[in-house]
Design a protein around this ligand. Structure first.
Ligand SMILES: Cc1ncc(COP(=O)(O)O)c(C=O)c1O
Length: 401
């Protein structure tokens, strides 16, 4: 006997994604930038280290050397490899910032550090102050933590310190996030006086500072500057990374934390991924101890300095008249402001038609964007290729250059 058809189960709509997940913005220029993957495009858009400068031989030797060591293929502690933490601590101390290995927690890239700090310090609705413009993936991390992000503007190339003080007084932020040296996206650096003042404001207004320093060692001219932690040791959490000085694929960074939140950050790390790859940490420690890290870094610095100089020499002929840009002492980026009436995002399709690309600055703003801005990265190509790319860029502006 045929059975009666079963009544279809009512279709229930699935619970929606969290409000936090919806609040992390994606960039409207993403699709356009996907076009930069065409091999004929000279892309100044990415923020990638130059792959030909990776010390493949040295990294291979480090992995070979540690592979047989006890424990490197085993689970390990959440704080990280003791030898690696010790090596990083000694580097801070010899740079004038006394640091013990126990002050450090190894992270899976400094990007994870941003997430762990947000988990540890931010409740939904809390305010965080950031530089305006700011590193995009930090903005995404803070949005995912449910933070209210408020931008502190620049006056020219200097952070508006009065605005920092005013906004801190008004919002009572949990922390101020800064990339004090060769910032992403602008390449700007806070000078010693600005650092001293930022630290003093944090102490007076009672907020923390999260200083993110992936570019600190990529200095090609000028003198090294003290860490913000040197001015307000109890207020500053510092992040570091090997991504720009060894290789980003290693995914090794660290948090130099203050004692009061060390155990909370360690628990957040444990909950996130138990620990950063044991073998990668052991190889990084071995690599540093071998002395090859310093050699590689000087090669990287030398190459990037020549690339920066090639870009700075060409920019006057590659940009419309009335454009302005900075001359960073290091890092990977130059920040450009086009003249009145120009809009960087609208100019990108024409640039792509000429097989050259940049990132419009709008993606990096937490508040109202400056549509005249764009970011150029100078690390990826040889000086000759940079000159070729910039001469293509110069051809895209049409009349009125
Ligand atoms: C300012 C800043 N912070 C953090 C990161 C993430 O670096 P990591 O590879 O160490 O996660 C980047 C990467 O470009 C960056 O520019």
């Amino acid at each position: 006997m045929p059975t009666a058809p079963q009544a279809a189960a009512p279709i229930l709509s699935l619970p929606s994604r969290s409000q936090r997940a919806g609040s992390a913005k994606t960039s409207p220029v993403r699709d356009l930038l996907a076009l930069t993957a065409r091999p004929e495009v000279i892309s100044f858009a990415g923020g990638l280290p130059a792959p030909e400068l990776f010390d493949v031989e040295g990294i291979r030797a480090a992995f070979d050397a540690v592979l047989d060591s006890p424990g490197v293929l085993q689970y390990s502690t959440s704080e990280g490899d003791p030898g690696l933490r010790d090596a990083v601590a000694r580097r801070y101390s010899s740079d004038g910032l006394p640091t013990a290995a126990s002050d450090l927690i190894v992270t899976t890239g400094s990007q994870q550090g941003l997430g762990l700090i947000s988990t540890t310090l931010v409740d939904p609705g809390d305010t965080i102050l950031v530089e305006e413009p700011c590193y995009l993936a930090a903005l995404q991390t803070f949005a995912l933590a449910g933070a209210r992000v408020v931008g502190v503007p620049y006056v020219g190339d200097d952070l508006d310190l009065d605005a920092l003080d005013r906004l801190a007084a008004h919002h009572g932020p949990k922390f101020f996030y800064t990339v004090p040296t060769f910032q992403n996206p602008t390449g700007r650096t806070h000078d010693v006086e600005a650092r001293r003042t930022i630290a003093a404001i944090a102490q007076r207004r009672g907020f923390r500072i999260v200083e993110d320093e992936p570019y600190r060692q990529l200095r090609y001219s000028g003198d090294a500057l003290p860490s913000l932690a040197a001015f307000a040791p109890g207020h500053v959490i510092s992040l570091g990374s090997f991504s720009k000085v060894i290789a980003p694929g290693l995914r090794i960074g660290w948090i130099r934390t203050t004692a009061d939140i060390r155990s909370s950050i360690t628990i957040a790390k444990q909950a996130a991924d138990l620990h950063t790859s044991t073998i990668d940490q052991a190889a990084a420690a071995h690599y540093l101890a071998s002395g090859r890290g310093e050699l590689t870094l000087s090669r990287i610095r030398e190459a990037y300095a020549a690339r920066r100089d090639a870009m700075l020499e060409m920019l006057p002929s590659a940009l419309p008249d009335g454009s302005s840009w900075n001359r960073p002492d290091g890092g990977m980026f130059v920040w450009v402001r086009l003249p009145e009436g120009r809009d960087a995002a609208s100019a990108l399709p024409a640039a792509l038609a000429h097989d050259v690309a940049f990132v419009p600055g709008t993606s990096f703003f937490s508040g109202i964007p400056d549509e005249r801005t764009l970011r150029l990265s100078f690390t990826t190509y040889s000086p000759a290729r940079i000159r070729e790319g910039l001469s293509r860029l110069g051809a895209t502006w049409g009349t009125g250059r």
